[in-house]
Design a protein around this ligand. Structure first.
Ligand code: FAD
Length: 406
């Protein structure tokens, strides 16, 4: 029997972190699952590849900390099941201008402890030269996830539970055949039947949803760069995970984020949030170089001058894509229209979704299989801000002012 002639309970389109977590969550419930990926598994052309992502609960928007905490529980459970770790706990630091409302909200919502005096009393005095007028807050809830390894973990566990995982299978049509009957067709003409479908195609969301429903989903692909910088001689150990160095975020313009030295000894990842718009099907891989590197170098020279070398630029640069919504909030919803509750979409993770992958996957699977996200409700996760309808006659969605971002 071919895969195509089998009926599935759930077909998941797109095998980044979100689709892989959704496939795992559905297969864990005993559903017959098909996970379809357009490129090779674990490819570098989307958003979920690479060495590291941060986890933090300090969020400007109050609806994310509960989802982060649900995810933290699910990360732990999944690691136990796999028998290996993908998440290394670290402290997390948020810093920025004292009068920055987004920073104040993040500290409040994430329950972080504001540092009274960054000039003398906090653990990283001497590493960060926190500018006058800035504040900083430390949260014990942080960590570094091995990104590609984590995606592979969810795919492997999904397959172990019976999910069929197929790559080099580009979905071009999702068609409603009747109540609880969805036909999925690939570019090479294969057809698959599913009772439900979950679409998690990252930066391709706008294109695929437009071709399936005609709807304009405001998810803008952005080209961005991950940069690794060299520690100055003698300071290699201080900035490592082993030395207790934190992940950190610096608010203001540019918004900077970092993970401690771990994957490449002697190198620390420091990068800026955002990047220029791009077309995921015709990317200019050299795009945005100086604009994504020079502001980071200037930030390093101002805040970490003794510890990180900027002369000669970053030692390693890796390209990645964001799928950005206008308000930087996710889209988690039923497709609606003729698809009703048979097709669920998870999109627009806006450069901060990886940490919540396990929760998003569980939510999408429950929405598809049960018609509601029970686990999210029990964990106090509010999904009402993440609906497609927020963009109807309101292109900015949940955005009220700049302080609502990040
Ligand atoms: C540089 C960078 C740093 C980041 N840092 C953090 C961080 O520190 N913390 C954090 O929480 N988040 C972070 N993020 C965000 C996080 O990585 C993303 O939100 C997340 O990876 C999005 O996953 P996804 O599954 O939606 O998209 P993707 O990983 O892109 O997966 C979508 C998949 O769908 C496939 N696909 C597309 N079209 C089709 C089709 N028609 N048929 C079949 N398959 C298809 C694609 O090939 C792709 O594999 C970062 C992102 C980047 C780029």
């Amino acid at each position: 029997m071919t895969t195509a002639s089998v009926g599935f309970d759930v077909i998941v389109v797109g095998a980044g972190i979100m689709g892989s977590c959704a496939a795992y969550a559905a297969a864990s419930r005993g559903a017959r699952v098909l996970l379809l990926e357009r490129f090779d598994l674990l490819h570098h052309r989307g958003s979920s590849h690479g060495e590291s992502r941060t986890i933090r609960a300090t969020y400007t928007q109050p609806h994310y900390p509960a989802m982060v905490r649900l995810s933290a529980r699910l990360w732990a459970e999944t690691q136990d099941e796999a028998g290996y770790r993908v998440l290394t706990p670290t402290p997390h630091v948020d810093m920025g201008p004292r009068d920055e409302p987004a920073l104040a909200a993040a500290i409040r919502n994430g329950g972080a402890a504001q540092v009274a005096d960054t000039g003398s009393t906090w653990p990283w005095v001497g590493v960060f030269q926190v500018p006058d007028g800035w504040t900083a807050a430390v949260s014990e809830f942080g960590g570094v996830m091995k990104a590609t390894k984590a995606v592979a973990m969810f795919q492997a566990l999904a397959a172990r539970k019976g999910a069929v995982v197929r790559d080099r299978a580009e979905v071009v049509h999702v068609i409603k055949r009747g109540e609880g009957s969805i036909l999925v067709r690939t570019a090479n003409g294969e057809e698959f039947h599913g009772a439900k479908c979950i679409i998690t195609v990252g930066a391709w969301s706008t294109k695929l949803i437009k071709s399936v429903t005609g709807m304009d989903l405001p998810v803008q692909p952005l080209h961005t760069l991950i940069c690794y910088w060299k520690a100055k001689p003698g300071h290699e150990h201080e900035i490592t995970v082993e030395a207790g160095f934190p992940t950190f975020a610096s608010y203001g313009v540019p918004y900077i984020y970092s993970t401690p030295a771990m994957e490449f000894p002697g190198l620390i990842k420091i990068a800026m949030h955002g990047g220029p718009p791009c077309d995921p099907d015709s990317r200019d891989w050299s795009m945005g170089g100086a604009a994504l590197v020079e502001p980071v170098a200037r930030w390093i020279d101002a805040v970490m001058p003794a510890h990180v070398e900027t002369a000669g630029g970053p030692v390693i640069r890796q390209s990645c894509m964001y799928s950005m919504t206008p308000d930087e909030d996710f889209v988690i919803d039923y497709l609606g229209g003729e698809f009703g509750k048979d097709v669920v979409i998870g999109a627009g993770f806006s450069g901060h979704g990886f940490k919540m992958g396990p929760a998003v996957g569980r939510i999408l699977a429950e929405m598809a299989m049960d018609g509601e996200a029970r686990t999210a409700a029990e964990a106090g996760v509010d999904l009402s801000q993440l609906k497609i309808a927020r963009f109807v006659n309101n292109p900015k969605g949940n955005l009220k002012d700049a302080a609502d971002q990040l």
